[in-house]
Design a protein around this ligand. Structure first.
Ligand SMILES: [Fe+2]
Length: 426
């Protein structure tokens, strides 16, 4: 139930986030488009008026060498300012020298600063009949800034730059229109989300159900495989379950991430899977193995690794299977790895494996108590075992032992099952 609630919560979270992201994206696109459309419309209207006014004022007939040129440009600029509601006009020569620069009364200073320093210096002068324009907010007003190439016939005779304050009613109409469009978009996105929400939710639930079913099947297969291997050289699964339990608990005490604990679980349950390929005469031999038999027995880690290497789901258990007989000082097998070159999951497992071997009853020995076992294992610190991990284990050994040692096989299995569920199903 808790898992289902988490899934539903996650589904709502993702859906809500998606709706918000889609809304923001749509709003941004529409806002940009509307603003560009507004600027373009304004600039076309204003540049057309400027063009007409320039023609009426005979700018096409101006002589660039006329000694009264500046006076004539001043007059034309004033006409633009007062007839077309501009607050500033600058006329440049083709060399981009300022020929005249006029402000509307009461609009000098800051407005001129705004136009000259923040716009013209950033804009390239147009090299054709192209008009450059930009809308800019300033001092609670909206301004249209234009830079306009002036031609006499086909000959470029200069540039006219100007700042026009956009009528507040036009700005208000634009804003009202923009707000209603944006609200419509938000409403449409949410309405669409509500309509398709049940369809997505049903599909999502189905996918999650299938995913969990698949994980459950994998876990069941994993545990069955673990049982089969354990029974190959032992009467019960107890050792396999206990080493898995100690390994999980040690990984938890070390604060390892969920993914690593999952690797520990898979590796621990299947650590000796390669023994399937070792002959009974060696595996079940009653007595110590000779040199050749021991060398053959070592191959179980290679056999085990090759058995699970092609399974994508079991792949992260490979490190324990392949390296669980390595020793911290490099004297183990199969590669003689040393120190932190041995994967952490294998270093964890080897401590759990030896602890359970020492504290368990075997045909050839009685079980040792925890204190004696710890004493023996401490002698292997830095030799057989990673000293830091061993320290964590020893601090918790008694507690872990009491949690698992006297449990029946069935209860141990249930314990492993619930820990496995905890790490794989949530
Ligand atoms: Fe082994």
């Amino acid at each position: 139930m808790k898992r289902y609630n988490n899934i539903v919560r996650e589904f709502y979270r993702r859906t809500f986030l998606s709706v918000i992201i889609i809304s923001i994206f749509c709003l941004y696109i529409i806002y940009s488009y509307k603003k560009a459309e507004f600027s373009n419309g304004l600039s076309v209207t204003i540049s057309s008026s400027v063009n007409d006014l320039l023609s009426e004022n005979g700018i096409r007939r101006l002589d660039i060498n006329d000694i009264k040129l500046k006076n004539k440009l001043n007059k034309i600029s004033r006409n633009i300012i007062y007839n077309l509601n501009f607050i500033h006009v600058t006329v440049f020569s083709t060399d981009r020298e300022v020929l005249t620069s006029i402000d509307r009364d009461g609009y000098s200073g800051l407005y001129r600063e705004l136009w000259i320093t923040k716009t013209l210096e950033k804009l390239n002068f147009p090299d054709s009949h192209r008009l450059i324009y930009r809308l800019q907010n300033y001092d609670k007003n909206v301004f249209l800034q234009i830079l306009y190439p002036v031609y006499s016939g086909d000959k470029l005779i200069g540039y006219l730059g100007g700042v026009s304050r956009v009528d507040k009613r036009i700005v208000k109409d634009f804003e009202d229109n923009l707000i209603s469009t944006l609200l419509t978009v938000i409403f449409s996105v949410f309405a669409l989300s509500i309509i398709i929400f049940p369809i997505i939710k049903t599909s999502y639930n189905k996918i999650e159900e299938n995913r969990f079913e698949l994980i459950k099947t994998n876990i069941h297969t994993l545990m069955t495989l673990g049982d089969a291997i354990a029974l190959r050289d032992s009467d019960t699964n107890d050792h396999n379950y206990r080493v898995t339990f100690y390994s999980i608990r040690l990984a938890e005490e070390m604060g390892l991430k969920k993914y690593t604990v999952r690797s520990v679980i898979k590796g621990a349950l299947l650590h000796d899977i390669g023994k399937i390929g070792i002959s009974d005469t060696i595996l079940l031999k009653d007595g110590p193995l000779n040199y050749e038999e021991y060398e053959t027995m070592k191959d179980h880690v290679i056999l085990g690794a090759s058995l699970v290497a092609d399974s994508p789901w079991l792949e992260n258990g490979l490190d324990v299977i392949r390296y669980h007989h390595e020793k911290f000082d490099g004297t183990g097998y199969i590669r003689g790895l040393a120190g932190e070159d041995i994967p952490i999951t294998a270093r964890i497992f080897s401590i759990a494996d030896v602890f359970d071997a020492l504290t368990s009853k075997r045909p050839y020995k009685e079980p040792l108590g925890v204190i004696k076992t710890i004493k023996i294992m401490n002698q292997g610190s830095g030799l057989h075992f990673d000293p830091k991990i061993l320290d964590v284990f020893i601090r918790n050994a008694e507690k872990m032992y009491n949690e698992a040692y006297n449990l029946s096989t069935d209860i141990l299995r249930e314990k492993i099952k619930s820990l496995t569920d905890k790490y794989f199903m949530e």
